[in-house]
Design a protein around this ligand. Sequence first.
Ligand code: NAD
Length: 487
Amino acid sequence: MKAQPKASHFIDGDYVEDEAGSVIESLYPATGEVIARLHAATPAIVERAIAAAKRAQPEWAAMSPTARGRILKRAAEIMRTRNRELSELETLDTGKPIQETIVADPTSGADSFEFFGGVIAAGMNGQYIPLGGDFAYTKRVPLGVCVGIGAWNYPQQIACWKGAPALAAGNAMVFKPSENTPLGALKIAEILIEAGLPKGLYNVIQGDRTTGPLLVNHPDVAKVSLTGSVPTGRKVAAAAAGQLKHVTMELGGKSPLIVFDDADIDSAVGGAMLGNFYSTGQVCSNGTRVFVQRKVKDQFLSRLKERTERMIIGDPMNEATQVGPMVSFDQRQKVMSYIDKGKTEGATLVTGGGIPNNVSGEGYYVQPTVFADVTDEMTIAREEIFGPVMCVLDFDDEAEVIARANATEFGLSAGVFTADLTRGHRVVDQLEAGTLWINTYNLCPVEIPFGGSKQSGFGRENSLAALEHYSELKTVYVGMGKVEAPY
Ligand code: NAD
């Protein structure tokens, strides 16, 4: 098989198999071919991974931050050296075009190890608090064993975005990738060992929605960071709350992207296309509700249609391909059923709306699709589709569009295109979202915090903010005189 790893899990520095676990078949989304056969973790595997992490963590936390950082930076270098191999694996795992994975997946994982490896020496410092004779100081301390649970759209990036800050802060991690994309995280674990990470600190176990709870409910786990859908987030947060564990929730969205009539229309069209069709639309922060001011609607739609119909759909391993398949058959079915709803609820189909005819019949392809005349009540404007389906809605004025943009339970991201500097800042100030863009969309470099508000989650990944979510404060009060007790 094309991408069969040595074994299903990576625990305590090595590959581990337990064939008693149910079979997980990894399919190449472009053809439906089985490329690896793995086993979900049994309870014994879960125990073994958590025990290894628990054993390894104290010594790692006791190392100097610089020494920890050096290992993480070495992992970043190895990832960059192996970028082609890792990108091809990511393409096999997800179906995303190699044109994307080569610039966006292992490279952003490497950025994460490089950033946290670099900032950690200063990032965990505490405070000295003078109290007039007495004083206090704070220490930032790791949490212990952290669990990461991943979605299938950016498997390697998610494995690194959770692993890098967790390890930098002195924790150990047990990571469970999505059952749809089990392969990339194993490579990250392997590379970390090669970079010199002591064994047991970054473990990967396979499994699905029945395995996740074994990790979340384990008493030795201090924190859970989930990337997934809102319904899963609710279940995981509720389970974690039962033992008062720390949580980070990176969940779904239905983000607004607002195009005012003074915007550079070609940039706005480009931003909307990147924010709807990149990774075949399987991006949580996508601006799937594109509000276009009425005066520029026709111009916007005609440029959008023309550019969308030029996109190259096909074999993800071909460097020219811009649109690959959906991750799975089920995901394609889900997206197609939303396209049907868009049609029956009265939206105008501008382009796409079907399965492309130039690709293998077994691949899970969907045409990049644009609906216009979408209204706020339509299902396609309210629910997360997680596919290449853009909804264009009309609006007249600023106050109206802000109210409509905010009328959703989600709050992950938002964007504004305008030439008016003050309007750009004024509008983002009123939009309810965790990550916002002015005159661009979906850029998430490691230096800036990323995460959602409202039902899209809480906690932040990337930037120094992530370190706060993988550590806690210890406060020490130091008495400098005699204790004066009234009794
Ligand atoms: P999902 O919620 O179905 O699964 C996510 C992960 O949770 C998987 O690994 C799954 O096995 C696990 N899981 C499921 N039930 C569980 C349970 N009860 N306990 C513990 N673990 C459980 O999501 P998905 O379909 O893999 O990914 C798509 C979703 O992820 C979309 O909603 C998307 O918006 C979201 N997403 C969010 C971000 C972000 O950073 N905010 C990034 C990528 C994807």
